[in-house]
Structures are given as C-alpha cells and as structure tokens.
Design a protein around this ligand. Structure first.
Ligand SMILES: *Cc1c(COP(=O)(O)O)cnc(C)c1O
Length: 427
C-alpha cells in the first residue's frame, strides 16, 4: 500500500480482506478475546507476543482504522484514541512528565491550550508558548535542559496561522527532541508533516476525517524516524526498563518504528483508558474513504467564500491562507500546494455585537462548536471555545473579539455566498 497515492490509501488502506472475508471492515464488538491456555495469555501480557486480550488496550477494528491513517501519513505505527484531546495528551505525556518542559506554538486549539496551560501544568509539565511566526533565534532561546518536545498545528484552529514545519523541526532536532504536529485541519490529504521533518502527528478525527459529525475520536501516528536511544538521557520512559512490564526497554525491544506507540498503548491506554468504541472506528473509516474527495470541495468552497468576503464592504478582514496576499500564502503554497482546509476566519465591521447579529441571520450555516464537517457551520470563538481565555491570551492565540470562524461544508458555493450576503445585509 505504501507506493499508492493518498487517494488510493484513503479508500483501500489498512484492510485487505482474505478469501471469503467481509469486504467492509468488520466491527469486532467484543471487550475480550478467547485463548486456549494461560501461557498464551501470559505472553500477551508480557508484550512477548502481539494479539488482543482486552479492548481497553487494543481492538482489531480500531487497529485496522489506525493502520489506514498510518499509511495515509506515511508513518510506522499508529493508535486511535477516544478524542483529539486524548491524542494530544497522550502524545505529550508519553515523553514529558512532572518536571519536564515543552515548547508549543501559541496559536493552537482552545481545548489544547487549556490542556497544556492549566491541566498539564497541575501535573508538573511546564509549557512555553511561542508565536508560530517567531524567529529562529527566539525559538532556539526557548529551549531548556528539561525540554522534551515541540508542538504546533499545521493550520491553527481557529487562528488559521500556518506553521513553518521545517523551522520548528530543525530547532527541535538541534536540541534532541521530537516535533509533534496536530494535523487535524490540513489532513494527510493536503499535508503530510513527516515529509517536512515532523516526528509525531496527532489528529482530532472528529473533524474532516470523520467529516459527518458522527463520532468523536483521535489518532496518534509515529514517523518511526526519531532516534530515542541517541537521546536516551532525555527519554527515560522509552530508554530505561519499565517495571510494570518486567523491565522491558521500549526503544530496544520495539525499535524506532514501534517504541512510541507501544509505550502509549501499554502504559497510557492501560492506565487512562481513552479508548474508542469499535463502532466509532467503523464510522471514522467510512469518513476516510471519501476524505480526498471532500477536501477538494471544502477547499474550493472556502476559496470562493474568502474571495467574496474579502470584497465585501461590511467585512473588515479575512484570513484564509489560499487567498493571494494572505500573510500565510507563501507558507501554505509550500506545505499545502493543493489547498489548506475549508475554514475561513473573518471580522465583521462593528465588532463583537455585529458578529453575533450577522451569525443569527445565517440560514445554511448552523452555529456550532463543531468545525470541519460536510455541513457548513460557524462559531464566534471569543464567546464559545475560547471563553476561558483573557484578552491577552486571546490575542496570543490569534483570536480577536470580532473573529467569526466559518467552516465551509461541501454544499454549493453559490448558495453559501448568497446566504452570507443576505446575513451581512442585516448588520
Ligand atoms: C477539535 C480539535 C482538537 C480536539 O479534538 P476533540 O476530538 O474535540 O477532542 C484538537 N486539535 C484541533 C486542531 C482541533 O480542531
């Protein structure tokens, strides 16, 4: 499968049925699995053999769908999680624990910001937030002896900044730590961060991958290219014996390609249990089968909408990286030559009150916290997803009070534009 193009991987990846087996991915709705002897089972518990024993840790349906996303990203191993939040938490906590430090782009999803700045801080992990536009010198200066990872979003939700992945990867690698990229908005159809030096990729599959608002989920993919043992003093969790598995050293036993995901499964999934339902994995796979077709339409609609808004007298500003003249146009063309995503941000003249009034009059676009869905939806982040932030934090996150996040679905672009036009009339 690895030689096929992304479109073929979306449809066929992860699952090749044998003779007489179901053509569609089977839903293995079973918490537990049968074994003939206790010895067989013991080997699984000791990570001496691979196989299924309890669906909190691993389930065949979930693994099949994870394998598809792994192929789409060009990784070595992957796991599904019950949400994007769980994916980002596991990806960081797998290598950074109490007393450690992580560098993150400041323009990230509000939920992730809260996870890092509040909840993980309580767990003793310290974060430094840097503008994605920082200079190489500023980035280099942020590293500390206890820095364990660098984190950013390909296209930030909702600020729509585009991360210079190569710049961040170079700085991370110069300090012997991996770059973790949340690739939710671009999807592997439009950007594959491993090709630009990222080491770990995360997803909220809830968004474009599912695409139909059907199931919350997440995914972590390992590139298999980060050499943990070459930086073993920084990563004791991967490079020294795990007492809870009779002294296994993950980086030795599973190598660069398998260590990260095996540890995240064996320790974090075992202890925290953010496991997806097999039924949800099945729904996610249905979404993945058409992801490449949908992304094309999302991007085409968004570009048409962005051009319309840009020329409208009641709109003060528009951010969409595929729009010529956008601050991130050049970076977008480099990392995502086929298009970025379907989300457009803009400001309505008259600020917060005008934005709220405008949104009330939209007929096609529903007001939802959801985003990146087949159906067009919109949100005023300052009063919803980002309402825990103070003004200073909002500014750093790239979210102004008048910002409307408009997520283009896969409807007809002329209908979307007519709906926007009539709602702007009312302001
Ligand atoms: C939605 C989102 C998340 C969180 O994912 P959930 O599936 O809602 O838990 C993380 N990162 C980004 C970029 C998101 O858009």
């Amino acid at each position: 499968m690895s030689n096929y193009k992304i479109e073929t991987k979306c449809v066929q990846g992860g699952y090749t049925p044998g003779n007489g087996e179901p053509r569609q991915v089977p839903i293995i709705q079973s918490t537990t699995f049968h074994y003939d002897s206790s010895e067989d089972m013991a080997k699984l518990f000791d990570l001496e053999a691979s196989g299924y024993f309890y669906s909190r840790l691993q389930n065949p349906t979930c693994d099949t769908v994870a394998a598809k996303i792994c192929e789409m990203e060009g990784g070595s191993a992957a796991m599904l999680t019950s949400s994007g939040q769980a994916a980002n938490f596991y990806a960081i906590f797998n290598i950074a624990t109490c007393g450690d430090h992580v560098i993150s782009s400041s323009t990230i999803y509000g939920g992730t910001f809260n996870l890092f700045a509040v909840t993980m801080k309580k767990m003793g992990v310290e974060f430094t937030f840097l503008s994605p536009d920082c200079t190489e010198e500023e980035l280099m200066a942020a590293f500390k002896p206890n820095t364990k990872a660098v984190f950013g979003e390909t296209i930030a939700n909702p600020a729509l900044t585009v991360l210079d992945i190569e710049k961040f990867a170079k700085a991370a690698h110069a300090h012997g730590v991996p770059l973790i990229i949340d690739n939710t908005f671009a999807t592997p159809v439009n950007c594959r961060p491993f090709e630009w030096g990222a080491d770990i990729v995360t997803h909220s599959t809830t968004k474009y991958m599912d695409g139909h608002g059907g199931a919350v989920g997440g995914c972590i993919v390992d590139s298999g290219k980060f050499d943990w043992m070459a930086n073993k003093e920084k990563f004791p969790g991967l490079c020294t014996p795990d007492d809870s598995y009779h002294g296994i050293v993950y980086a030795e036993k599973f190598g660069m390609g398998g260590a990260f995901i095996t540890k995240a499964t064996a320790q974090l999934m075992r202890d925290f249990g953010s496991t997806p339902a097999p039924q949800s994995a099945f729904l996610l796979n249905l979404g993945l089968e058409s992801l490449h077709v949908r992304m094309e339409r999302h991007c085409a609609n968004a570009l048409a909408v962005a051009k319309f808004l840009k020329s409208h007298e009641k709109v003060s500003w528009v951010t969409y990286a595929d729009l010529e003249g956008d601050k991130y146009y050049e970076l977008a063309k480099k990392y995502m030559p086929n298009g970025t995503c379907g989300v457009v941000s803009f400001g309505v003249k008259g600020g917060r009150a005008a934005a709220e009034k405008f949104m009330k009059h939209l007929k096609i676009a529903a007001i939802e916290t959801h985003v990146a869905d087949a159906r067009t939806c919109c949100l005023h982040p300052a009063s919803a997803t980002h309402r825990q932030m103070n003004d200073e934090e909002l500014l750093a996150a790239g979210v102004s009070g008048d910002l409307v996040r408009y997520s283009c679905g896969i409807e007809n672009a002329e209908d979307l534009i007519a709906d926007l036009a009539q709602a702007l009339e009312q302001v």
